[in-house]
Design a protein around this ligand. Structure first.
Ligand SMILES: [Zn+2]
Length: 399
C-alpha cells in the first residue's frame, strides 16, 4: 500500500480475516486467509479506514467468495450489518461508494457473530435466575468457552436439551438463531413459561472459540475440524468436555447442532436442512419437530418441510450420502435417551428467496424455540400419561 492511497485495510479485530495483495488506484486486490484449511473455503472479513468519499472496487483473487446477496457491510464497527445487494457485484468483485463520513466500514462474507455480541445480548438477562453463564472449558489458546444453562436450572427438569453452534467457526449466521432460541426460552410467552418450568437447556454458542475470535474458516481445519472430532480420542478440549457432559446428562431428549451450509446453491438455500438423516427413529422424530416448526412459525423466514425432506435424501458432492463420521450429530445419536440428534443448516443469506439477516435469523430462532416447546411438551405429556396408567395399574393390583 502506498502512502498516497490514504486509506487502510486491515483485519486486526475479532473475526477479522483477509490477505491484502495490492492496491492499484481505486482497485483493491485481496483474498480470504485460509490458514490451516484443507482445500478452499470462503470466509473473510476486513475493515477499511479513511476511504470516505472514494469509489473502490474490491477484487477477490482466490475464487468467487461473495454470496448471493453480495457482501455484508457494517458502518458501526461490526454491530449491525446489511447485505450490499447483488447490484454492486460482478463475479468475484464488488464495488462500494464510501459516504462522506464513512471513515470506518467493515465488509464480510456474512454477518459476524462474535463473543462481544453474545456478551451484550446476555447482559439483558443479567439478573435472570433462569440463565446461568458458566465455563465449558478453556480453549487451546486459553480463552473461556461459554456454557449457557437455562430454563429449569433450579430443580430436576422433566427433560434436557443441548444446542451447539460454531463447530465450524465461520458459520456465523447460526449464532443469531441460537440467540432467538434463548429469547424464546426466557420470554413471557406460554412456550417460555413451560420450558423454564420443565426443560433444562445447555447451549455452547462457540464450540471452536479460538476459530471464531481469530476469524478462521474452521471448516476442514487440519488435521480435522471440530465437527470431525467425535471419535476415538478427541483432540479439541471443547469436544472432550461436550462428550462428557452430554453422556452424563439424564433425559437429554434433543441435541441440535446448528450450522451454515455452503456458499450458495439450490439445495443449500433450504431453510433448515437436517444433515443426511437416515431412515429410522431419529429421522421420524426430527420430522415431528419440523412439522411442529412449520405449524407454529411466525417470523419472516418460512420453513417448508417438503424442501427439507428433499435434503434428507441428498447426496454430497463426494457422493457420500451416509452419516458424517466423527460429527457431533452422528455421535450424539448413539447417546442413550437422545431422541433427536441432528445438524440443522441455516443458509448464510438466502433461504428459498427470503433474506437471511441478523433479525430474520433471530426471529427464526424464536420459531425454533416454539417448535421445541411443542415437541417437548407432547413427549413429556405422553410419559406422564404412561406413568399415570402404570401407577393406576399398580394401585389396582395391590388392592
Ligand atoms: Zn458446519
Amino acid at each position: 500500500m502506498t502512502a498516497e492511497s490514504q486509506f487502510q485495510i486491515d483485519c486486526a479485530f475479532p473475526g477479522g480475516n483477509i490477505v491484502l495483495e495490492r492496491i492499484e488506484e481505486d482497485s483493491v486486490f485481496l483474498r480470504q486467509d485460509l490458514r490451516d484449511t484443507q482445500g478452499e473455503w470462503f470466509y473473510w472479513c476486513f475493515r477499511v479506514k479513511g476511504a470516505q468519499g472514494k469509489n473502490l472496487t474490491f477484487h477477490f483473487t482466490r475464487g468467487n467468495v461473495v454470496g448471493v446477496r453480495g457482501p455484508a457491510v457494517s458502518r458501526d464497527g461490526g454491530d449491525s450489518w446489511e447485505w450490499l445487494g447483488p447490484n454492486e457485484m460482478c463475479d468475484s468483485s464488488f464495488h462500494y461508494s464510501f459516504g462522506a463520513n464513512e471513515n470506518d466500514v467493515r465488509f464480510s462474507f456474512g454477518m459476524p457473530y462474535q463473543e462481544e455480541r453474545l456478551r451484550r445480548f446476555l447482559g439483558d438477562y443479567a439478573d435472570n435466575s433462569h440463565l446461568r453463564k458458566e465455563e465449558l472449558c478453556r480453549s487451546r489458546k486459553g480463552r473461556s468457552v461459554e456454557l449457557l444453562r437455562l430454563g429449569c436450572v433450579s430443580a430436576e427438569p422433566k427433560a434436557r436439551a443441548v444446542l451447539t453452534c460454531r463447530h465450524h467457526a465461520c458459520e456465523m449466521m447460526a449464532g443469531y438463531v441460537i440467540e432467538g432460541v434463548i429469547e424464546k426460552i426466557l420470554s413471557d410467552s406460554e412456550a417460555g413459561t413451560w420450558l423454564r418450568g420443565n426443560v433444562e437447556f445447555a447451549i455452547v454458542p462457540f464450540v471452536d472459540k479460538d476459530g471464531v475470535e481469530d476469524g478462521d474458516q474452521g471448516k476442514n481445519r487440519r488435521p480435522h475440524d471440530h465437527n470431525r472430532d467425535y471419535r476415538d480420542s478427541s483432540i479439541y478440549p471443547e469436544v472432550m468436555v461436550i462428550r462428557k457432559l452430554v453422556s452424563q446428562w439424564t433425559n437429554c431428549l434433543v441435541a441440535l447442532d446448528v450450522h451454515c451450509p455452503f456458499i450458495r446453491g439450490r439445495v443449500h438455500e433450504v431453510l433448515i436442512s437436517p444433515d443426511r438423516l437416515k431412515e429410522g427413529g431419529n429421522l421420524d422424530r426430527t420430522q415431528e419437530l419440523l412439522v411442529a416448526l412449520e405449524a407454529v412459525q411466525q417470523g419472516p423466514l418460512k420453513f417448508r418441510l417438503s424442501d427439507s425432506q428433499e435434503f434428507t435424501t441428498w447426496s454430497g458432492p463426494d457422493g457420500d450420502s451416509g452419516p458424517l463420521v466423527g460429527s457431533f450429530a452422528t455421535w450424539v445419536q448413539s447417546v442413550p435417551g437422545v431422541q433427536i440428534g441432528t445438524n440443522l443448516e441455516i443458509p448464510y443469506a438466502n433461504a428459498g428467496g427470503q433474506e437471511v439477516n441478523q433479525d430474520s435469523a433471530r426471529l427464526f430462532g424464536n420459531d425454533l424455540g416454539e417448535a421445541l416447546y411443542v415437541w417437548l411438551r407432547s413427549k413429556t405429556a405422553r410419559w406422564e400419561s404412561v406413568a399415570r396408567d402404570r401407577n393406576a395399574r399398580l394401585t389396582r393390583s395391590s388392592q
